[in-house]
Design a binder for this molecule. Structure first.
Ligand code: FE
Ligand code: CA
Length: 498
């Protein structure tokens, strides 16, 4: 706990940044671009996919209300500085924000240490963000895991708290947006986009722009570099590869997936090239010095369709399909890749950053309560866990389920499941406890609250502090600690509650 307060004391600069409204100073136009009537930087800034010498700086230029800019590319300047007020600019350059990429910017900039960054275009200056390359050596790594931020169901006190903590890294595990139509007026929503379900590129862009208008999310995006993977709602609820939720959409689903993947790419600080087909490889490895090797996985793009009609909350024995070893969560290529990488990891911690719950929660009669999780892909899970025994110790970081939990993975390591930032849990607390009470490897489960997880990683131990939002209807809500768990490197499948 001392570690956290000390870091918070040191993080005053970013706490101030997080608290500041997203206001912008008009400055003289440093670029060749024509003056813009409206602030084009309302979606904020982010950085991500750092490596030892560089990171991606992201922004996306929009018109009033997050609407697209008129056609035509725009030249955007980027600037780096050692001080937050940019008294002395250390490096600068320009990049084209292309109309056919939604006027998004992914500038790969060289870094030799932590830096502040900002963009300039059309006479406007963007908010300021904080980024850093991966250090050559690291005694400690602080990282936040977050997922599932359906903005209609809650404000983002969790993001405000995350930004104030100022971790070294944010690992976002998916469900950044939800594709759904707005909930009916009078429902349990705190705000609404008032739109139908999104399907086209323009639809998805509008939805991202609505989410990114939130000041607390913008503060979290600006506070640290992000590693981002997607889950299902960046496209559609529970889609599997090219199988949509609604069979009547099958013929058009590849087109929809391309639109969704392109919109995700346009709004995330990622290093991979823009998708031009309905396929986009996002699984990748990021080594944080010799401390942790992150294997960022994609459990949606290549998976077999959910078995047994994806029946929800089933307590019946599963149909035979669920146990078919041909069925896959990761696809053959990614599955072979992750096995190779797990065998090659020589960092202290191998980390699987991925979407759905790996821990085995099948009932004594074999019933699979949630076919969308790894329980519904049990033979593929056995292969993954066998591969993970090749690494000295593995930590699995999971999102998707909107329930906080921690568990042991015997012989492998530990799993830390973050609850949603704002999305509602599929069951209440009593049901969550009932469904997990028979499992000695599950150490805690919490379904009533929203939040995220603060992880502190050293060569000796992995500590996970679960943060919990008191009131999701209040952006200024208190955020407190639910539980803190620790795994000692010397006993990687023992999870201690502190
Ligand atoms: Fe979700
Ligand atoms: Ca999900």
């Amino acid at each position: 706990m001392e570690t956290y307060s000390r870091r918070q004391a040191l993080g005053l600069g970013v706490a101030a940044l997080a608290a500041a409204p997203l206001t912008h100073r008009a400055t003289r136009d440093r670029t060749a671009g024509a003056a813009l009537d409206h602030d084009p930087f309302a979606l904020g800034v982010c950085s991500g996919d750092p490596d030892p010498t560089s990171a991606v700086l992201w922004t996306r230029l929009t018109g009033p209300g997050g609407a697209p800019l008129p056609a035509g590319d725009v030249t955007v300047g980027w600037e780096l500085a050692d001080d937050e007020s940019f008294v002395s600019i250390g490096a600068s350059g320009t990049v084209e924000a292309r109309a056919d990429e939604g006027h998004s910017v992914h500038a790969v900039v060289e870094l030799d240490g932590p830096a502040w960054y900002r963009f300039v275009a059309g006479g406007w200056t963007s908010p300021v963000g904080r980024t850093a390359p991966i250090p050559a050596t690291a005694e400690t790594l602080t990282l936040a895991t977050a997922s599932c931020q359906d903005a209609e169901f809650g404000f983002y006190a969790a993001h405000r708290d995350l930004a104030e903590w100022r971790p070294d890294l944010v690992v976002f595990l998916g469900d950044f947006i939800y594709e759904y139509a707005s909930s009916p007026v009078g429902g349990p929503v705190v705000r609404t986009h008032g739109e139908p379900e999104v399907r086209s590129l323009d639809d998805y862009r509008r939805r991202y722009a609505w989410y990114l208008g939130d000041a607390d999310l913008a503060a979290a995006r600006a506070a640290a570099p992000w590693l981002v993977i997607w889950d299902d709602h960046e496209v559609e609820n529970n889609y599997a590869a090219l199988v949509p939720e609604d069979a009547s959409e099958t013929d058009r689903f590849a087109e929809r997936r391309l639109a969704a993947y392109q919109a995700w790419w346009e709004h995330m600080p990622v290093r991979m090239p823009r998708p031009t087909t309905p396929d986009l490889r996002i699984h990748r490895r990021v080594d944080w010095a010799s401390l942790a090797s992150f294997l960022l996985l994609d459990g949606r793009q290549y998976r077999s369709d959910q078995a047994c009609d994806d029946v929800a909350l089933s307590l019946d024995p599963p149909c035979r399909d669920a146990l078919d070893p041909e069925r896959t969560m990761l696809g053959a290529e990614q599955e072979a890749w992750v096995a190779d990488e797990l065998a090659a990891v020589d960092a202290t911690w191998a980390v699987l950053a991925q979407q759905t719950v790996v821990s085995d929660l099948r009932m004594p009669n074999g019933a699979i309560v949630n076919y969308d999780q790894w329980d519904g892909y049990a033979p593929a899970r056995e292969r993954l866990l066998l591969a993970a025994t090749q690494a000295a110790r593995t930590v699995v970081l999971t999102g998707d389920i909107h329930i906080a939990a921690a568990g042991r993975l015997p012989g492998v390591g530990a799993e830390f499941v973050t609850t949603g930032v704002s999305s509602l849990a599929p069951v209440d607390q009593a049901t969550a406890e009932l469904l997990t009470e028979a499992f000695p490897d599950i150490l805690g489960v919490e379904a009533d609250h929203r939040g995220y997880v603060r992880h502190t990683v050293t060569a000796d131990a992995w500590t996970a502090e679960y943060r919990s939002v008191a009131d999701p209807t209040d952006p200024a809500s208190a955020v407190t600690t639910w539980k803190t768990f620790r795994v000692e490197a010397s006993a990687p499948d023992e999870v201690l509650e502190l």
